[in-house]
Design a binder for this molecule. Structure first.
Ligand code: GGG
Length: 384
């Protein structure tokens, strides 16, 4: 039996990091005798520019729906006409379908973003390659609601192009959407059973602006209702703007964090600074029946085609995907594969080379493919 894998490489550096993710997946799968049927679906802004009417082929939805596992690289491409990304006729970003389209259609309601600092990562928060925090101090999971909020496919423009032009984005927060993601956060906190690095307490922190926004008031109400079912977990609430400075100043206080869609989008990019940057940060889009795994970074057009960017986030996305699928299918081989990949990444970061420019600077930088090759060999060694 083989598992069905859909790959959505997308734009720019997306296909480059995907290639390294697949290099690791293939190496470890042959060592464990796991087989995959791989369906590569082209998509994104570049696809739209070449094909004219859609950002992925006819029938792509059904191909994703049939997958056991979906891996996404990155989407979004600059418009040849000037500022901003390539947009489709309906005003959506070309690349909407594989990302927000899949999240919505497949009800991938939880966007799970581990924020973990591995030993050896030199982040540059104060302008030098030093560590501000030790790895044990940064180990939280952020959960972003993934199907509604400001990313709901509602809103539009009135009088487009005229002097009276008005653009409206509607922030939709539903009880059902809030319930499913908040419950997911409490369950994850219980299952993870780690607690915050600072004090070992199981803690779920919600990020809201409930002093201003109706949607956040509903989210918060649901948070405390559901929280009652988890007496062993501390319920913590932070106003999103204040949270941004607490996150940087005392990351060790946080265990599991849950928030609405756009707050989560922004704050997880910020949190990536604590773990070495966007090249280290993974997003797992999880629903009841489907999962899609991606690096949280975008397509980085200026680096495209240079074999330059950090593939570790994509490789860790493969690891998260294998862990998720292994649990779903009760296949212990996939769990072993996931552990071996993480162990290989840990080895590499401790060894200190080969690593890409974002982690070690241009002078010492290795290529994207060298990093992928090193990790794939090390992961296989971990299985022996
Ligand atoms: N790999 C992530 C990616 O391609 N992001 C592009 C994007 O527009 N994402 C929207 C989102 O994460 O909400």
């Amino acid at each position: 039996m083989s598992y069905k894998l859909v790959t959505l490489g997308g734009d720019g550096t997306g296909p480059e990091v995907m290639r390294e993710g697949l290099r690791v997946l293939n190496a470890i799968s042959s060592a464990l005798d796991v087989s995959w049927s791989v369906d590569d679906v082209p998509c994104g802004g570049q696809y739209y520019l070449e094909h004219g009417d859609r950002d992925w082929p006819e029938g792509a939805e059904a191909r994703c729906d049939a997958a056991d596992l979906i891996l996404l690289g990155a989407v979004g491409w600059p418009s040849p006409t000037g500022a901003g990304p390539v947009l489709m006729k309906d005003g959506k970003m070309a690349g909407f379908s594989p990302v927000i389209g899949n999240r919505t259609r497949l009800n991938l309601f939880a966007n799970v973003r581990p924020v973990k600092l591995y030993e050896g990562v030199q982040h540059r928060i104060h302008g030098q390659n030093k560590q501000v925090w030790s790895p044990g101090q940064v180990d939280m999971v952020m959960i972003r609601e993934n199907t509604e909020g400001l990313y709901s496919p509602t809103g539009g423009k009135l009088s487009p192009g005229g002097r009276t032009e008005v653009a409206i984005d509607t922030r939709v927060i539903t009880r059902r959407g809030s319930e499913q993601v908040i419950r997911f956060a409490f369950e994850l906190c219980r299952r993870r059973n780690k607690g915050a690095p600072k004090d070992g307490k199981l803690r779920v922190t919600q990020l809201v602006k409930d002093n201003v926004l109706h949607g956040c008031q509903l989210f918060s109400q649901v948070f405390y209702e559901i929280g009652e079912e988890y007496p062993e977990i501390e319920k913590d609430s932070a106003i999103i703007d204040a949270f941004t400075q607490w996150l940087m100043g005392q990351p060790e206080y946080y265990d599991v964090v849950v928030t609405t869609n756009m707050f989560g989008d922004i704050v997880t990019d910020l949190a990536s600074v604590l773990q070495g940057g966007m090249g280290m940060a993974v997003g797992a889009n999880i629903g009841r029946d489907h999962g899609m795994f991606e690096p949280i970074h975008g397509s980085a057009p200026k680096h495209a085609g240079k074999d330059k960017v950090n593939p570790i986030a994509m490789i860790l996305a493969v690891k998260e995907g294998l862990e998720w699928l292994g649990n779903r299918k009760q296949d212990p081989r996939l769990g072993r594969a996931a552990q071996a990949i993480e162990a290989a990444v840990i080895d590499l970061l401790k060894t200190g080379a080969p690593l890409t420019y974002d982690l070690v600077g241009e002078a010492k930088a290795a290529k994207c493919s060298e990093v992928g090759q090193w990790i794939s060999e090390a992961a296989v060694r971990h299985l022996a």
